[in-house]
Design a protein around this ligand. Structure first.
Ligand code: GRF
Length: 201
């Protein structure tokens, strides 16, 4: 399975997948490209450190979201991408990109979806006053943070939590959940039935 990863930032989730491949937890997969819309994304440095091609695609060089995503599609195809991972990728993705990789594009989000989609999910959770939160790994559909759920992990929200402390607690689970979900995909253990994802034994 050739995996391409779209990033915008620090890349801890990218790192968790790199590590799972390198230590053999995930076998039969290779990260063929890390693509960033931000030049300074630390995720690009992580790619470089592991001899993975890191590509900065500058949104400013394109006149529309569609033109930008066409460029991404070219890069994905050139690299014979079978699976696209969104890992802290902050740009909205157009329908042509999601459709081209229908059921082959995965995202991770720092809340228990459908609660708190969009930006600042951890802050939204604190403001709402929920007692548990967590992360969701899901297939990508055109709707923002929609798409069938592959797996979720929960954490408690504790008295005195700030956005930072809650985000850190959730991130620990994200960094476990993402490689787990990628492993299931690579091992062809996911069966998608409408909104329902079944995991084979
Ligand atoms: C994570 O919280 C992820 O859930 C969200 O963006 C953040 C990315 O973190 N989509 P990292 O770049 O993987 O460290």
């Amino acid at each position: 399975t050739n995996i391409s990863v779209l990033v915008s930032g620090r890349g801890t989730n990218l790192q968790s997948v790199i590590d799972a491949i390198e230590n053999g937890d995930i076998s039969g997969a290779k990260i063929v490209a890390v693509i960033s819309d931000k030049k300074e994304a630390y995720a690009l440095t992580r790619a470089k450190n592991h001899n993975i091609p890191g590509i900065f695609a500058d949104p400013k060089s394109f006149s529309s979201r569609e033109a930008y995503d066409d460029c991404l599609l070219d890069i994905l195809k050139e690299n014979k991408t079978d699976l696209v991972l969104l890992a802290g990728y902050l740009r909205i993705i157009t329908g042509r990109l999601t459709l081209a990789y229908e059921n082959k594009m995965i995202n991770i989000h720092p809340s228990l979806l459908p609660a708190f989609p969009g930006l600042h999910a951890q802050k939204q959770a604190l403001e709402y006053g929920v007692k548990v939160s967590g992360c969701t790994v899901h297939l990508v559909e055109p709707a923002l943070d929609g798409g069938p759920v592959i797996l979720q992990k929960t954490v408690p929200v504790l008295p005195g939590d700030t956005e930072e402390t809650l985000a850190a607690r959730i991130l620990i689970e994200e960094n476990k959940a993402y490689p787990e979900a990628v492993k299931l995909f690579v091992e062809n253990k996911l069966r998608i039935n409408g909104r329902n994802v079944t995991i084979l034994e």
